[in-house]
Design a protein. Structure first.
Lengths: 308, 436
């Protein structure tokens, strides 16, 4: 067993988990509180990446660009909630899926028109472009930054949700929507803030990944399915569930990609193991979701006294 | 109402008023209405357009007066960057020919496969049945070409690949009407295998996407490389392809291999190189690539100053610096219009049009005599941007392969430079399986 490799793979898994959490946090709240299926959540991820890349190109400062881009994506979230999503809360899920799928197409085409098909890169400043040596395990410095930024957001969200008035309303909304409305809370404003907050988190995730994979059209559609898996495994509406299942899925996916072929070659010919491993590792997280749905359909950590 | 449903007729709206119908798509749409007089959409069309369309009826020309070429490529998704490069090269070729082949107008109909085999097949159906084109060309992706090939070949039309070269179509499923202006997938990595041998490497790590061409590339390099392949990763590909290679790069580094061989076409290539640099592998695992480092990814890598790519080696049948008059003109004119160097995708697409031109010219513009056209295509009697080449029994090019390395040109732009010839007049290994 190569311990250094295992540790660096665990860190890679943690990094993927952080990104998934940033996406899933908004998705699970929107799903849990508004009962709204937002397929276009991944578009905020893409918009965040493109807006940030544009700002970096103009200003040259990564940190300033990220801050401004988060605010812009928050604004886009506000607009989408006010003019599209709000009209759909009363409709059934199929309508929501259709409309938000349409939104994906619109956002993808807009991105194609504005930024072109080539996609955009975000150059990293020199202090992030190096490698960090942690007890013999050498990993890219930027990946450490992603993990730390993700953790910082987790801590921030934790305090927001458990210690603030807004957080109290969010938790109340996730466990019993009707009661919150009945108590006279301005539900429209709560929805607006939660939706835009979710969008901003997704946008932030897009900005974090763009220096690695480039900002590209439809990048959000690739990851949003996995984010939905995270939400379902974690329990719809649960931030804690989203966090645990995001990390879990990050590990399973990364370790599956790293060790499955070795594992399979223990009892299969190498030739077959090589073919089966990529197919199987693409399936692992869905197998996990299917098992969770079979044995614990409400998810691992459903919100307390959920009405569903 | 406009009726032009009779097969031998086609409307030349574009030629009639180019100011209004500035592009081919519009032209196609109008013609399709023409084909379906009952269509509701006709009612919604501005009267002026209908008027223009009906006027052009008087200009209606026999179908045989145009050479119709369908070109299927990817024009949406991030892979559109490849499709647009190919489209630019086709348009350049058409303008170099003055818009005519053997006195006939050239009509190119571009279709978008959306990076999906099933869409590609639908578009091939449309080109064959509705547009009734003479040649179906293009195809970036092997899996899209494989899905579309039967439709085209069963109809008796010519199928010319401008990029994809799956082993199936080179081997036992080869077809008299299938031609390629690129290469068989295995050939370029075979040349790379030879380079690895020449560089005296004993062990390599291999990474490629998990689809038809990815497997061919891996098979190609493994068949020639004499050392050991210590590890191999086939990563998820398609619309939800994997672009974060952290786990694979960590494995590659831990494997103790002397070099890294990868195949990541399109924008995935840029993402891969960026991560290769971020992981600090340049001095640990020298990079050998096929179809990954090209004129589409290099400007972006230069803009982020990803110096890890400088000096990396790749093999190819062509390079923008290949010294022959046709290539000089192609590269110069392409750069004059678009700024960047043309990619190999562009070079092959340019050659596709020139190959068709050579055949149409040889038959004196007779598009009905398929046997004469086929014989003329098989001669490859034209000056390709790669220089002269010939066709084998499976209609895959028999051509040279070169080793290229990434350098900065005189103006400081990053590009590739040909170092040496690896294979001369190389034929793919599947030709023997082709019964033709």
């Amino acid at each position: 067993m190569d311990w250094q490799l295992l540790i660096s793979q665990l860190l890679n898994g943690l990094q993927l988990g952080m990104l998934l959490f940033l996406l899933a946090a908004g998705l699970t709240l929107i799903f849990g509180i508004m009962d709204f299926i937002n397929l276009s959540h991944g578009s905020f991820y893409m918009i965040g990446a493109f807006v940030c890349a544009t700002l970096v190109e103009r200003t040259g400062s990564l940190i300033a660009s990220v801050v401004i881009a988060v605010v812009i994506v928050f604004g886009v979230g506000l607009l989408v909630e006010r003019f599209v999503a709000r009209k759909l809360y009363a409709h059934d899920h199929l309508d929501q899926v259709l409309v938000t799928f349409g939104l994906i197409l619109i956002f993808d085409t807009l991105a194609h028109l504005i930024w072109g098909a080539a996609g955009m890169t975000i150059p990293l400043p020199a202090w992030l472009n190096g490698q960090i040596d942690i007890a013999g395990v050498i990993i890219p410095g930027y990946r450490v930054l992603i993990i730390s930024a993700g953790l910082a957001v987790v801590v921030g969200l934790f305090f927001l949700v458990t210690r603030s008035r807004l957080g109290m309303l969010i938790r109340a909304g996730a466990s019993n929507r009707t009661m919150v409305t009945a108590l006279g809370v301005n539900i429209d404003r709560l929805y607006l803030v939660v939706f835009a907050l979710g969008a901003a988190l997704a946008g932030f995730a897009g900005m974090l990944i763009a220096p690695i994979t480039e900002a590209s059209i439809g990048m959000g559609n690739e990851i949003i399915i996995v984010a939905f898996v995270v939400v379902i495994v974690g329990g719809i509406g649960s931030i804690k569930g989203a966090f645990v299942s995001a990390i879990l899925i990050g590990f399973i996916d990364t370790l599956g990609r790293s060790y499955l072929d070795d594992l399979l070659s223990l009892f299969l010919a190498t030739r077959y193991a090589e073919t089966a491993a990529p197919a199987l590792s693409a399936m692992t997280i869905y197998i996990l979701m299917a098992s969770v749905l079979a044995f614990r359909p409400q998810g691992l950590f459903p919100p307390a006294s959920s009405m569903r | 109402m406009v009726y032009c449903y009779n097969k031998p007729f086609s409307i030349n709206v574009w030629g009639w008023c180019p100011g209004i119908f500035g592009n081919i798509r519009k032209r196609v749409r109008i013609r399709s209405i023409c084909h379906n007089p009952e269509s509701v959409a006709v009612m919604k069309f501005p009267k002026a357009i209908l008027w223009a369309a009906s006027l052009t009826m008087f200009q209606a020309t026999a179908l045989a007066d145009t050479v119709k070429i369908g070109f299927i490529t990817t024009l949406t998704t991030p892979a559109a960057v490849i499709g647009e490069d190919m489209q630019n090269a086709v348009n350049l070729a058409v303008s170099h020919l003055g818009g005519k082949m053997a006195g006939k107008d050239i009509e190119v109909i571009f279709e978008d496969d959306g990076f999906k085999p099933e869409i590609g097949k639908q578009k091939a159906d449309k080109l064959v049945k509705k547009d009734d084109v003479d040649f179906v060309t293009g195809f970036i992706w092997s899996h899209v070409l494989l899905a579309s090939s039967k439709t085209v070949l069963d109809s008796g039309k010519f199928l010319i690949s401008s990029n994809a070269g799956p082993s199936q179509l080179a081997g036992k499923n080869c077809h008299a009407n299938f031609f390629s202006t690129s290469w068989q997938n295995d050939q370029t990595p075979m040349a790379m295998g030879e380079v690895l041998n020449q560089d005296g490497l004993k062990s390599i790590y291999v990474m490629a996407p998990n689809y038809a061409a990815g497997k061919d590339m891996v098979a190609g390099v493994e068949s020639v490389f004499k050392g050991e392949v210590v590890g191999k990763d086939l990563t998820k590909w398609g619309k939800d392809r994997q672009l974060d290679f952290s786990a694979e790069l960590a494995k590659a580094k831990a494997s103790g291999a002397q070099a890294l061989f990868v195949f990541y076409p399109g924008s995935a290539g840029g993402a891969f190189i960026t991560q290769y640099q971020q992981a600090g592998l340049k001095d640990v695992l020298p990079l050998y690539t096929v179809f990954t480092v090209d004129s589409l990814s290099l400007p972006k890598l230069q803009s982020t100053n990803t110096e890890g790519v400088l000096g990396s080696k790749s093999t190819m049948f062509w390079g923008p610096d290949l010294d022959n008059p046709v290539n000089r003109k192609f590269v110069e004119d392409f750069r004059a219009v678009h700024g960047n160097y043309p990619s190999f995708y562009a070079a092959q697409s340019y050659d596709t049009i020139m190959l068709i031109n050579s055949a149409v010219t040889a038959t004196g513009g007779d598009l009905e005599d398929r046997d004469a056209l086929r014989a003329a295509l098989k001669k490859a009697d034209y000056d390709s941007v790669r220089g002269r080449y010939s066709y084998g029994n499976n209609h895959m090019p028999i051509q040279n392969f070169y080793l290229r390395e990434v350098v900065a040109d005189d103006d400081g732009n990053w590009t590739t430079r040909i170092v040496r010839t690896v294979f001369e007049n190389h034929q793919d290994p599947y030709a023997a399986e082709c019964p033709n």
